[in-house]
Ligand binder design. Structure first.
Ligand SMILES: [Zn+2]
Length: 94
C-alpha cells in the first residue's frame, strides 16, 4: 500500500520509505573502456489516437502494455568521453 504525502510523493505504508519512479533506459557497453553505461530513454507524449496508430504499425498486441521509447542515435561515454552511433538491439549493422 502507498501513502501519498505532499508534492505528489508517496511512501510505502509498511516501510515508510519514499518510492522511486522507475524509467525506461537503454544500456550499452563502451567499446573503449568496457564500462556498462545506462542512458535514459525518451518517452514521447502522444495522443491516444497516435499511440493506437503506432501500436498498429508495430503489431503490438492488445494484451501488451508499456511505453514507446525513443532511442538516442548517438551516445557518449561519461568515463572516456568518446561518442558512438547506436544500433538497436537485435538489428544488424548495415
Ligand atoms: Zn568509455
Amino acid at each position: 500500500m502507498t501513502v501519498t504525502i505532499g508534492c505528489g510523493r508517496s511512501l510505502n505504508e509498511t516501510t515508510m520509505k519514499e518510492k522511486v519512479e522507475l524509467r525506461p533506459a537503454y544500456v550499452w557497453d563502451c567499446p573503449d573502456c568496457g564500462r556498462e553505461i545506462f542512458h535514459r530513454g525518451l518517452v514521447p507524449e502522444m495522443t491516444p489516437e497516435k499511440e493506437e496508430e503506432l501500436r498498429d504499425d508495430f503489431g503490438v498486441q492488445p494484451y501488451e502494455e508499456g511505453n514507446f521509447i525513443m532511442m538516442p542515435t548517438r551516445v557518449k561515454c561519461p568515463h572516456c568521453n568518446e561518442s558512438f552511433p547506436t544500433l538497436h538491439f537485435g538489428d544488424e549493422d548495415v
